[in-house]
Design a protein around this ligand. Structure first.
Ligand code: HAM
Length: 424
């Protein structure tokens, strides 16, 4: 029996990997333009870190974590998200006290969800986390940053910003009580999941896809009416900042996010182009989390975007990943020419750092080699046969026009390659 990939895990084939790399380049440049520093932290953490931050009653902790005992019997978990690990790292290494931090990371996350298009059990996130800033200005800046990423990736017209405020812990609790009181009257008409959540995590009922539950919810109290004065003010100022920047958004009072640590600003960037898994980015404030994990009170806000979903979105457009893989293909016939071809490849890579060279390896008929050269997307093929080796020359064939091939001496190759670099 053939061994296959574990269910829900994805292989990244060249086309998708190229998009990931492109996204990574763009994201890296933009984070740097906003003064963020890149960090990394382990894929495995003690289980408690996630249960205490993401929340015991959330779907993630209840049923989606890859949790196991390591060989010394400690319960560890493959990270389902990055915020908890980032906070742990920042606190443990003294990055938080009396400091302002803008940090970013990228890497794999793991959730045991039901796999479908855009939803995997291992997926990649890029996230940004900011510490030490309480005002709405950093919330706005972070939204500008994400918008700039969409702009540069060419997907800005495909995504919409949805915004909400969850208020303070107290106002959220007051709302929760009122929602439970309202929904309890309809308990038996709710879908089974929502009935269960009524006792464990009532806010998540707002996310229910069940039409009956949604109909009941249309008359339910809304979170925004319960906001405390400071949170109302924070939210109004944030909206003003977005308006001043002419940034489009919708206030969506049902956005409560699937993780427990949020307060005040929460947001999601969504698209209609990906079916059910339409959220490409989500985040918000989590002013209480650092303290909850044993640190001093530290205001914080952040977001994470799903690279897999972004890649899907970009794959639906053409030519987003930019450029083909290589510029020069080197073909050869005969043992002596084959050895020369390898050396010529090395020489070109030494001399021209930007030029991408592929040397044909593995022999084969000349015609077949030229077909490969054409498929490679290269601009030119450099051909070495016995004649060329004897004469110390190279045949140059332009693969992208009908011009005749010609021979040159090795000395004159520089000019040919320079021309390719200029025309790129
Ligand atoms: P999240 O909304 O759980 O937030 O995930 C962020 C993004 O990761 C989602 O919008 C989605 O694009 C992607 N994602 C989540 N689950 C999957 C999956 N199973 N397959 C593919 N993509 C997925 C967080 O993780 C928070 N840590 C965000 C944050 C940072 N909040 C504050 N700071």
């Amino acid at each position: 029996m053939k061994i296959q990939a574990v269910r829900g895990m994805q292989d990244l084939l060249p086309e998708k990997q190229k998009i990931f790399r492109h996204v990574d380049d763009v994201v890296r440049r933009i984070f740097s333009a906003y003064g963020y520093s890149e960090v990394d932290f382990p894929v495995i953490e003690y289980t408690q870190l996630f249960s205490r931050s993401v929340g015991e009653a959330t779907d993630i902790v209840e049923k989606e974590m890859y949790t196991f005992d390591d060989r010394s019997g400690d319960s560890v978990t493959l990270r389902p998200e990055g915020t908890a690990g980032c906070v742990r790292m920042a606190q443990e290494n003294g990055l938080l006290f009396n400091q302002i931090q803008r940090l970013w990371y990228s890497g794999p996350m793991f959730r045991y969800e039901r796999p479908q298009k855009g939803r995997y059990r291992q997926f990649s996130q890029v996230g940004g986390e900011c510490f030490g800033m309480a005002g709405p200005d950093i919330d706005a800046e972070l939204l500008f940053l994400t918008a700039r990423i969409w702009q540069e990736l060419g997907v800005a017209d495909q995504v919409t910003l949805e915004l909400n405020s969850m208020g303070s812990v107290e106002s959220r609790k007051a709302y929760e009580r009122s929602l439970v009181e309202f929904l309890s009257r309809f308990r038996s008409s709710l879908d089974p999941d929502s009935q269960r959540r009524l006792d464990s995590n009532p806010l998540r009922i707002l996310d229910s896809k069940d039409p009956n539950t949604q109909a009941i919810l249309s008359d339910a109290p809304v979170l925004i009416d319960f906001l405390d004065r400071e949170s109302t003010e924070h939210f109004a100022q944030l909206r003003q900042m977005l308006d001043d920047a002419q940034m489009a958004y919708e206030v969506n009072p049902t956005i409560v996010r699937g993780l427990d640590y949020y307060n005040r600003t929460v947001f999601e960037w969504t698209t209609r182009a990906l079916g059910a898994q339409g959220t490409v980015c989500g985040g918000g404030r989590y002013d209480g989390l650092v303290e909850q994990l044993g640190g001093r009170p530290t205001p914080a806000v952040g977001f994470a975007m799903g690279l897999d979903r972004l890649a899907l979105l970009m794959l639906e457009q053409t030519d987003t990943a930019g450029g083909s893989g290589i510029d020069v293909f080197i073909a050869s016939m005969g043992d002596a020419a084959r050895a020369r071809a390898l050396l010529l490849g090395e020489q070109l890579r030494d001399q021209f750092q930007d030029v991408r060279v592929q040397v044909h390896c593995g022999g084969g008929k000349f015609k077949a080699q030229l077909k490969k050269a054409d498929q490679s997307g290269a601009q030119i093929a450099l051909i070495l046969g016995e004649d060329e080796v004897k004469a110390g020359e190279i045949t140059v064939k332009n693969l992208r026009d009908e011009s005749d091939q010609y021979r040159i001496t090795g000395k004159n190759l520089d000019k040919v390659i320079d021309k390719i670099v200029l025309s790129r």
